[in-house]
Design a protein around this ligand. Sequence first.
Ligand code: AMP
Length: 385
Amino acid sequence: MPVSREEIRALVERYPSPPVVATVGSHSALDVADGAATEGFTSVVLAQTGRDATYSRYFRTVRAPDGSRRRGCVDEVWTYPRFAALAAPDSQEHLRARGALLVPNRALSSYVPLDVIENELRVPIVGSRRLLRIEERTERENYYSLLEAAHIPFPRAIAGPAAIDRLAIVKLPHASRRLERGFFTAASPAEYRAKVERLVARGTVAPSDLEAARIEEYVLGPVFNFNYFFSPLVPRAEGLELLGVDERRESNLDGLVRLPAAQQLELSETERIPEYTVVGHGTLTVRESILEEAFQLGERFVDAARAAAPPGILGPFCLQSCIDRDGHLTVFDVAARIGGGTNIHLGLGHPYGNALWRVPMSTGRRVAVELRRALEQGRLSEVVT
Ligand code: AMP
């Protein structure tokens, strides 16, 4: 049985005051901790032992004798032998006892099984618990169905390898690093077969993943990840905000494109095939005339998500898009939670978020502002599920 909204509402009504802002220690945890600290909350990072030094040592809060923050933004680090252990009954009890409001990120939904998050994790999640699942391409109801319902352009699906008649991207997990991508491109069935052979030999692709792989049209154009925020606490017309835009650095794709063509050709055929492992982010803005379309798509996504999985988007979400030569967006991926690229806004904000809020407004800070407002207005249960 899914954890119900009523149950969470009852839980937050009894929550200790003030609550603490908790997040899983990877992905965007520093942004969330920094934002929480800026807004006067206690920040808690839930880390895996051995992967905790960033939080427990390098960004750990150090206080002056009078209690003021001298450096750092991570107030507390709670470690677990495995991330998934944070959902164990005694750990949940501890989270509730401290009044933890859990900001979901990709690390939460990757390391704690979605069934556990949906059915067993009785801790308030800041955002939509149900929508975390739409990111899984193998789910029947996934982000493509939501994009379709929202009339948002997304890459055309190609029925199978034999139907590849133009440049296509094949989406499947990496053979050994299962949370990474084993994506590759092919422009014909013959190229598909040749690439599969090389990538299986290289250990990037597992043959057993090929059947469930999504094959879609490759959209030619630069990638822009739009980081939005939707607030249910204000009138609908003011609910949608664009906080920032980012791009990814992907390895070894970005290494390959930094090579002049002559040097690329010196690489072996296999080395020339890029991988798409995200290793960093950069900040972007878009041509101003494109912003209006970005807002329209964001609005439509918010409405479609609310219709498909009420209460829909609460807080941050990200539409990852390519912009084509006519300046139109095609959305190829969606995160119904804080995006990893918001790291770029950490501590600084972004031109769009700052222009709107008149102060440096990162996504992490925006989440904390929302929590503070909800608490002040006695509406905490409206921003958690
Ligand atoms: P994703 O796992 O969906 O975030 O995609 C990883 C990377 O693959 C993106 O950052 C893009 O560079 C690329 N990509 C994914 N889908 C497409 C597409 N349909 N057309 C072009 N590039 C794509």
